[in-house]
Design a protein around this ligand. Structure first.
Ligand SMILES: Nc1nc2c(ncn2[C@@H]2O[C@H](COP(=O)(O)OP(=O)(O)OP(=O)(O)O)[C@@H](O)[C@H]2O)c(=O)[nH]1
Ligand SMILES: [Mg+2]
Length: 316
């Protein structure tokens, strides 16, 4: 996905090229589900790339968000929340999160300061200790917590891991994020940028479009439906009038779930489609005709094809 309409940097042929000590590296954002990783990624990059919902386990796979800070290209890796996995899908999500961290130059652990050290965070702290990994710690959602509680939490966390440094941020409101960004930019290794200057992410528009619809499924439907469903873009057709026709399938596991997604007289699916379409038009800056189909596939959570569509490894 391109950064904006401005093209990649081009040097005029007669310019004298000064050697610029560029830096570049990967920063993985890890943490318990719902700690605010995707909100932070979007804020750090300055674009909405990752979907965000109040429900846990929203993100299902790694996603890169690429930002430029002075002479540094920072490649942020949003990861699924780390929790105790039960289903094959859960296992693949958690494996994707850990491999995102293993491949990165820096690991940034996000802890929801309002929630404190929950079971998921405790498990992550233990795993980081076992791997002897030093991470950067960000206490997030400080807008919700009193300062004395924050200091107590920072103290408790620093006794359970090797954190250097510790930031206190609000990914939602932006407090502390500039400091964090500057620190990350200065701490990445020197080296050439790995992505073109105008590249924002590694995910395709088809996948982002499916995520936009999945975000609405998470926001508009409750109980087990978000976890029992997945969305795939099956058709993408640019039309001569400048608009695009996008066809997507929402897979659910049971006929009863299909009925809920459709809603009375098709009201719910219409509302999901309307919101997703508006967001897509904004993102793509073109008219969008969005067609949603709801299919029952009882065992999609064990379907290799569904994992491939999400970019997840089936054999974890
Ligand atoms: N008040 C407050 N809410 C926040 C902040 N950061 C994130 N949130 C909210 O927390 C919820 C979860 O945010 P996400 O960014 O989806 O969290 P995540 O860590 O990516 O979650 P998973 O993908 O499920 O692992 C959303 O409702 C966000 O709006 C913050 O700094 N302050
Ligand atoms: Mg997320």
């Amino acid at each position: 996905m391109p950064r904006s309409s401005t093209g990649p940097n081009s040097t005029p042929p007669d310019a004298v090229a000064e050697p610029v000590p560029t830096r570049c590296g990967y920063v993985a954002l890890i943490g318990a589900p719902n700690s605010g990783k995707s909100t932070l990624l979007n804020r750090l990059v300055g674009h909405k790339l990752a979907i965000v919902t109040p429900k846990a386990q929203t993100t299902r796979n790694r996603l890169l968000g690429i930002a430029i800070e002075g002479a540094t290209q920072i490649i942020y890796v949003d990861t699924p929340g780390i929790f105790a996995p039960r289903r094959r899908l859960d296992r693949a999500m958690v494996a994707a999160a850990w491999s995102g961290a293993a491949d990165a130059d820096k690991t940034l652990l996000l802890v929801d300061a309002a929630r404190g050290i929950d079971e998921d965070t405790r498990r992550i702290l233990r795993a980081l200790r076992e791997h002897g990994r030093r991470s950067i710690l960000a206490l997030n959602k400080i807008d919700l917590v009193r300062r004395d509680r924050l200091l107590g939490l920072a103290d408790a966390l620093s006794r359970q891991g090797r954190f250097d440094p510790i930031f206190m941020i609000s990914a939602l409101q932006g407090d502390g994020v500039e400091d964090l960004k500057r620190h990350l930019a200065a701490s990445l290794p020197t080296g050439p940028w790995l992505f073109p200057e105008d590249q924002l992410s590694d995910v395709s528009e088809r996948l982002i479009a499916a995520e936009v619809t999945r975000e609405q499924v998470f926001l508009q439907l409750h109980d087990e439906i978000p976890y029992a469903s997945t969305v795939e873009t099956e058709q993408w057709e640019d039309r001569p009038d400048g608009s695009v026709r996008i066809g997507q399938v929402i897979y659910v596991q049971r006929p009863g779930q299909r009925a809920i997604v459709l809603g009375e007289g098709g009201k719910r699916i219409k509302s999901i489609g309307a919101r997703a379409r508006a967001e897509l038009e904004h993102m793509l800056d073109q008219r969008v005709h969005l067609f949603l189909f709801v299919k029952v596939r009882e065992n999609w959570v064990e379907d290799r094809e569904r994992f491939e569509a999400l970019g997840l490894d089936y054999d974890t």
